[in-house]
Write a protein that binds this ligand. Structure first.
Ligand code: COA
Length: 139
């Protein structure tokens, strides 16, 4: 049971041996519109400073289960969850702060880009803020 209501974590177990193979944590978020995204919405006649989002706070696959599509499956789960929540309240984006690694095989930015996430704003150090537009998924 989650009493804080800050976030919810979904655990994924392998059916045969009941091992934990991954987890994803989600929470409510908002994107502050800036740069090309702000420009895009202005051209659409939308002048809000921020728009609602669902954030992936944590995403992790256990070492023994890496590279088997579980990370992709959990992102697909989050998209379905966002669509479901978005049918009851306003929700336009999925956001995340992607962990960077100089080794391209461990750089999660590549993983997210492959799944249609875009860079929200460039940062010299630390995690990279990224987003996925739920409207683009439907088009
Ligand atoms: C990122 C992570 C969740 C991916 O999980 P996964 O189950 O191994 O991913 P998938 O099997 O669905 O991989 C899908 C594709 O992304 C690529 N990929 C997976 N993890 C990657 C990573 N860390 N860096 C770069 N590419 C990655 C795979 O090569 C694969 O591409 P391909 O089909 O062209 O070979 C996992 O590597 C992980 O737990 N990393 C540590 C924690 C982390 O970085 N979390 C995300 C930031 S919050």
């Amino acid at each position: 049971m989650n009493y804080s209501k800050f976030s919810i974590t979904y655990l994924w177990f392998y059916k045969t041996n009941k091992e934990l193979c991954g987890y994803v944590t989600v929470l409510a978020d908002a994107i502050n519109l800036q740069g090309k995204l702000k420009e895009y919405f202005r051209q659409e006649g939308i002048f809000y400073k921020s728009l609602p989002a669902l954030k992936i706070g944590r995403l992790c696959v256990s070492d023994n289960y890496l590279g088997r599509g579980i990370g992709t499956l959990m992102i697909e789960f989050v998209i379905v969850l966002a669509e479901k929540i978005g049918s009851e309240i306003g929700l336009r984006f999925i956001t995340t702060d992607a962990k960077r690694n100089p080794d391209p095989r461990k750089d999660s930015v590549h993983f997210y880009k492959r799944l249609g996430f875009e860079v929200l704003k460039q940062r010299e150090k630390g995690t990279l803020p990224m987003y996925k537009d739920l409207i683009k998924i439907k088009k």
